[in-house]
Design a protein around this ligand. Sequence first.
Ligand SMILES: NC(=O)c1ccc[n+]([C@@H]2O[C@H](COP(=O)([O-])OP(=O)(O)OC[C@H]3O[C@@H](n4cnc5c(N)ncnc54)[C@H](OP(=O)(O)O)[C@@H]3O)[C@@H](O)[C@H]2O)c1
Length: 391
Amino acid sequence: MSRLKVADRPYDIVLFGATGFVGELTAEYLAAHAPKGLRWAVAGRDGEKLRRLRDRLPAEDVGVLLADVSDPDSLRELARHARVLATTVGPYVRYGDALVAACAEAGTDYLDLTGEPEFVDLTYVRHDARARETGARLVHACGFDSVPHDLGVHFTVRHLPEGVPLSVDGFVRVGAAFSGGTLASALGQFARGRRLRAAALERRRHEPRLAGRRVATPAGTPRFAGEVGAWALPLPTVDAQIVRRSARALERYGPDFRYRHYAAVRRLPVAVGGVAAVGALVAAAQVPPARRLLSGRLAPGDGPSAERRARSWFSVRFVGEGGGRKVFTEVSGGDPGYDETAKMFAEAALCLALDALPPTAGQVTTAVAMGDALTDRLRAAGIGFRVAATR
Ligand SMILES: NC(=O)c1ccc[n+]([C@@H]2O[C@H](COP(=O)([O-])OP(=O)(O)OC[C@H]3O[C@@H](n4cnc5c(N)ncnc54)[C@H](OP(=O)(O)O)[C@@H]3O)[C@@H](O)[C@H]2O)c1
């Protein structure tokens, strides 16, 4: 696929799932921040809802495109209309594969908000090779999962010496609520343990071995982490896997790289309660009636109010070490699940559409595809990336 053909597409960015909770926030962000002349469209399955959204947006010439995940032809058509296609239609393991296939085939850059490791592994096995041939960049996890962690580690590594073994620990703290779409994705994921492990195994069979370097993301153990003054609980989210892929792809992470990912909790009873709550959610997700009951508590499209989101925040602190140097960094911002996720998602789409980036193709992470360019965009948009101390 020549990049010229891609440049001829009617839209620079198409936002699919624009009528959902995060979709609307992303459309509002694009309407407020897209540079003049950017050609973009909202897409989804409900024309009436899309037109109502488009008419509310403070932007001109926003296109409207119809597509449904149950109609693969409509997804192929959608992929042919965009240079960059950003989708919020999840749970991705249920709804997402056909659109990734369509983008890989059409040479269209693809972004999503998945936090589902099984989906990322399956799309790697199925579509990475074709995307490399057509030049499509397939970038998963472009929201709070996993941008602050992936770019935060990338930022931390840039402050450590080159060519030596490096280790980074990440400590996540959030104060926030979540939406119906996120609850559905989380419950679906907890119910799919065996399929998740099978997909990871299949990926490992396809992934080339890393020659001459080592990259590890061990789970770590619960402990009091004096360096951040909090209890650290190993966090089994997709983030560490994304960091691992960035470290595999980028020589700058050194000959021997290790990353450990934790939730940081100030008080021990909260730590114990958090582990118990996640355990209960995982257990409930195994029983279909309990899963349906929990899903029903928040309908798709529902989410926290603007007031609740305004009080929400996140902070990810990193401790990096190597070559005799130690660096403490932090990535921080407002409401992680929605406002900041919409910001990260929209800025990532703008970055792929507009910025001069290193040539990459196939399944790539935000750090590999966009790296400093996206970090700079997010800093300009109010997300903090700072070095707190060095030793
Ligand atoms: N940590 C993160 O990075 C993060 C944060 C927030 C959300 N997420 C993920 O992002 C996804 C969206 O979350 P949300 O809260 O915005 O969900 P949501 O409000 O339920 O929105 C889902 C969107 O998908 C669309 N959709 C559903 N079925 C479709 C179909 N058959 N064809 C076309 N479109 C279809 C819906 O369209 P209609 O309006 O027509 O129903 C809606 O626009 C979830 O997977 C969630 O887990 C990730």
